[in-house]
Write a protein that binds this ligand. Structure first.
Ligand SMILES: *Cc1c(COP(=O)(O)O)cnc(C)c1O
Length: 302
């Protein structure tokens, strides 16, 4: 079964703030109940093109950490599309305790086979990929985080007539596929702001391999490194949900949104700017984050 383009576009909601700019959020997190946000579109052409080639026993392999939104999305997409999936998971120690991890449990329940590898083996993903290509010549192998050319093409689906009505398009950045797609397919007059969830100095060059446009800026979202959760960000996420009724998660969208609020307060955006933030989903990660926070006796994400 191919992945579908939903009949109705996801909503764009205004975030009312008492400032001289207008702020909106596009709810890509609502695109599919299990395959959330940007991951749906990043997988869209990868899966559909693969299935159109009619493999006899469709098989999809990918890589990720224990809390990875990409792993959850690939498992759910495999389930929805009728493709058997294999997830190569970083951390051998999870072998016997994956049931305690909500992301891995979700992946397993969606039919994904999990193979746990040491951090050392995981670091050599290229070698692992070559081995897998040899073992499973018919399989669709998707890189960690899901970024490749087809993923970038899929991100075009996040843009439509309505998104043309904004001066700034903001997104959280992990591997850079999403911002590359937005940069590549947005209008000439639009500026793209990427809020980095990872400290990776090579990110800009990686993005330039996927888009030739220079219409984007990368800004550090500044709330600790990848996957680090600060209490002030938890407070922000909880306040945001109470005030606007929109959930955010602590790895990408929570950091993006808090940083955008800061940028607005610093006067980064000219008066009367219309700013659109993409809610790239990933809400499945809240449960796992709360388990960690609970162990540390900290406030939880509501
Ligand atoms: C994966 C992910 C991102 C980052 O997307 P990239 O294309 O890897 O930059 C942003 N937000 C959420 C919620 C994600 O799961």
């Amino acid at each position: 079964m191919l992945l579908k383009v939903p009949a109705e576009p996801v909503p764009i909601q205004e975030i009312s703030i008492d400032r001289k700019v207008k702020l909106f959020i596009k709810r890509e997190d609502l695109i599919h109940p299990q395959i959330s946000g940007n991951k749906y579109w990043k997988l869209f052409y990868n899966i559909n093109h693969y299935l159109e080639q009619n493999p006899e026993k469709p098989y999809m392999i990918t890589f990720g950490g224990a809390f990875s939104n990409h792993i959850a999305a690939v498992a759910a997409a495999g389930n929805a599309a009728g493709i058997q999936t294999l997830g190569i998971i970083r951390g051998e120690e999870l072998q016997h305790k994956w049931r305690d991890n909500p992301t891995l449990l979700f992946a397993k329940r969606n039919g994904m086979n999990l193979k746990f590898v040491t951090r050392e083996e995981y670091r050599h993903k290229q070698k692992l990929t070559e081995f897998l290509r040899h073992e499973f010549p018919e399989a669709l192998i998707i890189p960690e985080g899901g970024t490749n050319k087809e993923a970038v093409e899929g991100v075009k689906m996040m843009l439509n007539e309505q998104t043309k009505d904004f001066d700034y398009l903001c997104t959280a950045v992990g591997t850079g596929g999403t911002i590359a797609g937005i940069s590549k397919f947005c209008e000439e007059y639009q500026k793209v702001i990427g809020l980095k969830a990872v400290d990776d100095d090579s990110l800009e060059n990686k993005i330039f391999e996927l888009t030739s446009k220079h219409n984007f800026n990368l800004i550090d979202s500044g709330f600790g490194g990848y996957g680090k959760i600060k209490d002030e960000n938890i407070r922000f996420i909880n306040d945001f949900k109470e005030k606007y009724g929109i959930p955010l998660e602590p790895v990408y969208t929570g950091k993006m949104m808090q940083k955008v609020f800061e940028l607005i307060d610093e006067g980064f955006f000219p008066e009367d700017s219309r700013i659109l933030c993409f809610h790239t989903g990933g809400l499945q990660g809240i449960e796992g984050a709360n388990l960690l926070l609970e162990k540390q006796n900290r406030n939880l994400i509501i």
